[in-house]
Design a protein around this ligand. Structure first.
Ligand code: SAH
Length: 216
């Protein structure tokens, strides 16, 4: 089973997502475990502060190193991989999600940043891998952490109702997924392609292959 520890200053943002849909079901099935931690629990002062002003001046606040260090000291196990959300990190791609989903008995500790990001000493000394979900800057690492958890979880065997859907999907093959339709046959004069109603499996397969290549 894959165990995720997510460290954040907004636990409720994480739980809103992890308590629904596929990620929720994967936990219920015992295929993953998610623990959400409030970084403030490891703050070292009575105000529970996890950030401070930058040395050398400049705008914004920086996430302090000590709370992260203390948190990791408590959470880390032998097999842990410490993961940092960062716009400067390695761009997340489907093949990486696949790789992370295939490791049995993994423990991923995901750190969500805020403000100006982390004290550089966190990057330099405490993490194994930094990832970015794209070339844009968000206000916090919660959405990137959830992107990672969701993307890994749905690839774990037994999570999805029908794993056939993983085979043809976009980014798994060289070609994007083929277009899909459901009832009704005609809506607003928009018609479902004739071939899909034909029941001719060979033709349907060929049509899907063609369409999949075309939408690249
Ligand atoms: N000053 C930093 C941005 C900090 S954004 C810079 O210019 O590089 C605050 C936090 O949001 C980061 O620490 C990270 O945890 C998260 N974050 C923002 N954008 C992200 C992205 N594209 N991918 C992953 N994490 C991101």
């Amino acid at each position: 089973m894959i165990h995720f520890d997510i460290v954040t200053i907004f636990p409720e943002v994480i739980s809103a997502y992890t308590n629904s849909s596929i990620v929720k079901r994967a936990q219920e099935k015992g295929l993953i475990k998610i623990d959400i931690h409030n970084l403030r629990d490891w703050a070292i002062d009575k105000h529970k502060s996890v950030d401070d002003t930058p040395y050398g001046g400049g705008p914004g606040m920086v996430m302090k190193v000590e709370p992260i260090y203390n948190c990791l000291k408590e959470l880390k196990k032998e097999n842990s991989i410490v993961i940092l959300t960062s716009p400067k990190g390695e761009k997340l791609v489907q093949s990486k999600l696949h790789q992370l989903s295939q490791k049995k008995d993994s423990h991923y500790i995901i750190l969500c940043g805020h403000y100006e990001g982390f004290d550089q000493r966190v990057h330099d000394n405490l993490v194994d891998w930094e990832f970015s979900i794209g070339e844009y800057v968000l206000s916090g690492g919660e959405l990137p952490a959830l992107v990672l958890v969701d993307g890994i979880t749905r690839l774990i065997s037994g999570v999805l109702g029908n794993e056939q859907s993983l085979i043809s999907e976009t980014f798994n093959t060289d070609n994007p997924d083929y277009p899909t339709y459901t009832k009704p046959e005609i809506f607003n004069n928009w018609k479902v392609p004739e071939v899909l109603l034909s029941g001719n499996h060979k033709e349907i397969k060929e049509w899907r292959e063609k369409k999949s290549k075309l939408s690249k």
